[in-house]
Design a protein around this ligand. Structure first.
Ligand code: SAM
Length: 280
């Protein structure tokens, strides 16, 4: 089943958390001269036209990026991320929003390399045309979960793996944890980020507990809920589970998570979580 299209959701609160964390991981990786490898298991189309019919349907970007563009009091990591969005919108109007490959591409140096997997028959060609140069990115119409086995460890020996499945099939909750464990066995020095939705508390906690059961160490949880989980149907929030995070991420998140909770809150039950699933 491949009915999920990310363009309906581009720029929402969940994208903000996901892309902010991805941006901070890349900033950390590019502090060193040595090249890095980026694997995006579920890459989407890379760049989202916000005036498209699909993005306009629910205007989800109004729960996320729209609320941040005009702020002049952003915590520094968030300011750096919003600057990427502003650079893509030079006329000052929010026309496009970057997907994860585009966020990472912002930091990519000539020596770094991306491997982008996208299975959707309509989305794959859009992504491939955005990144036509093989030197920069391998864009493949492959199952991203299988790429974890095929592509790791990377020759660069440094890298970041983003796993951002749509969870439209319930099995994704299990497969993503299995893929993390497989990836980590092959490449334990890499950074990994699993994105998950908070549709109901139990489902999210089951995923978090399954990650804890892998006993992979040095795993940080960042979760942002813009409303109470029981208030109304739909996605109240989302989280990022980060294995081998930059050592500064926890401290940065102590500032940006409360800021995002207040800036994006839809009701008084908005809240965040920041904790180690397993310490170093
Ligand atoms: N990571 C993107 C971003 O942040 O901009 C958004 C990705 S979206 C949540 C999930 C994407 O995964 C969809 O475009 C979907 O077509 C694709 N997809 C679903 N199952 C897949 C699989 N097994 N392998 C690769 N791509 C898959």
């Amino acid at each position: 089943m491949l009915s999920y299209r990310h363009i309906y959701h581009a720029g929402n609160h969940a994208d903000i958390l996901k892309h902010l964390v991805a941006s901070q991981i890349c900033r950390h990786l590019t502090k060193k001269e040595a090249p890095f490898f980026y694997l995006d298991t579920h890459a989407g189309i890379g760049l989202y036209e916000l005036d498209s019919d699909q993005a306009q349907l629910n205007q989800e970007y109004d729960t996320g990026i729209s609320l941040l563009m005009e702020r002049n009091d952003l915590p520094e990591p968030l300011e750096a991320f919003v600057e990427i969005v502003k650079e893509l919108n030079p006329d000052g109007k929010l026309n496009v929003y970057p997907g994860s490959p585009m966020v990472v591409n912002h930091y990519l140096r000539q020596k770094d390399k991306m491997h982008l997997c996208e299975l959707h028959p309509n989305d794959y060609p859009l992504l491939a045309s955005l990144f036509p140069k093989k030197r920069v990115a391998n864009v493949v119409k492959d199952d991203g979960f299988l790429a974890v086995k095929a592509m790791l460890p990377p020759p660069q020996k440094r890298g970041f793996v983003l796993m951002d499945p749509p969870y439209e099939v319930k099995n994704d909750y299990k497969t993503v944890v299995k893929a993390l464990a497989e990836g980590y066995t092959r490449f334990s020095q890499g950074s990994y980020a699993i994105w998950y939705p908070v549709l109901n508390r139990r489902q999210a906690d089951d995923l978090i507990n399954a990650v804890a059961a892998t006993k992979i160490r040095n795993t940080l949880l960042l979760e942002l809920n813009i409303r109470g989980t029981e208030t109304k149907r739909g996605m109240a929030g989302s989280g990022m589970i980060v294995v081998n995070p930059p050592w500064t991420l926890e401290k940065e998140a102590q500032e940006f998570l409360p800021f995002l909770r207040d800036a994006l809150a839809e009701d008084q039950d908005a809240h965040f979580q920041l904790r180690w699933i397993t310490p170093e």
